[in-house]
Design a protein around this ligand. Sequence first.
Ligand code: FDA
Length: 305
Amino acid sequence: MQALSKNFFLYLSNNKTLDRLAKRWGPKFGASQIVGGETFEEAIPLIKQLNEQGLHLTVDHLGEFVNSEEVAKERAHECVETIRHIHQHQLNSEVSLKLTSLGLDIRHDLVWDNMIMIMEEAKKCNVVVTIDMEDSTRTEKTLDIYKSLKEKYDNVGTVIQSYLYRTDQDIDDLNTYNPYLRLVKGAYKEPSDVAFTDKPDVDNNLKHIIKKNLLNGHYTAIASHDDAMIDFTKQFAKENNIQTDQFEFQMLYGMRNQTQLDLVKEGYKVRVYLPYGDDWYGYFMRRLAERPANVAFALKGVFKK
Ligand code: FDA
């Protein structure tokens, strides 16, 4: 049943007609509870409020799979504007982005030039940029771009997904780059020749790469709402004398709010991933696929907005 609903929402996440309709509706049907607003300006009061609660942020301008050069350039300029706003308003926030929104599927030099423009502004404004990881057909290209950027900029991170078989090797390959990595389980529908399909394998591999990346001495973001992963990290850090300034927990906005605040009270660094923009449909469907209980939460939202 759970696998069925996961596949159903992942299937819907790729439906172009519903995606187009969703843009017209604006973030409704529960999406408004996990999305910060339709524009960055709209999200600023919320970011300030979360910062005041001791939470760090990373903001993501929703959008992916762009196939027009003009839109990809627009996206890059919007990202630069967001970085400027973060700096001007002195917000405690990083930026997350998806390379397919900046032209990854169009031309290498387009996405590269867009990233250089973004990273130059980020360097000037002292803002960290994390490249989200998309589906496995884009992993290699994303990591190649990450590695080339990391040779030029310190303030860039990326994401590693524990459901992929290749992940252990990727952690080894990235070791010499002093990487800033967000470790996740993985959110896309992947075939069994590239990814573990059994949840315990995905969970065990996440624990494995958390250990490995921390023992490699790299600052690590553990992005999971799963108590088992959070408890594992706390315990492992204690046993291996890894200080709390060597890692952070990351969670999505609107998920496990109380747990986020409890972790802050316990002295851990917590970063909230806050998406904004009108392109919320794919993001929202992937969240529903991850946790069918979110359906009930979403339906409540229908009556709220
Ligand atoms: P999982 O879905 O495995 O659930 C395990 C258990 O955790 C559940 O049984 C429940 O007990 C608890 N739980 C989970 N969600 C809960 C909730 N909302 N409320 C209460 N309990 C809950 N993916 C990707 O492919 N590329 C990326 O770039 C990113 N980026 C990213 C950033 C951040 C900050 C986060 C938190 C996640 C991502 N992801 C991602 C998504 C990630 O890959 C994964 O799909 C989701 O985090 C779901 O996996 P979890 O480990 O959170 O819990």
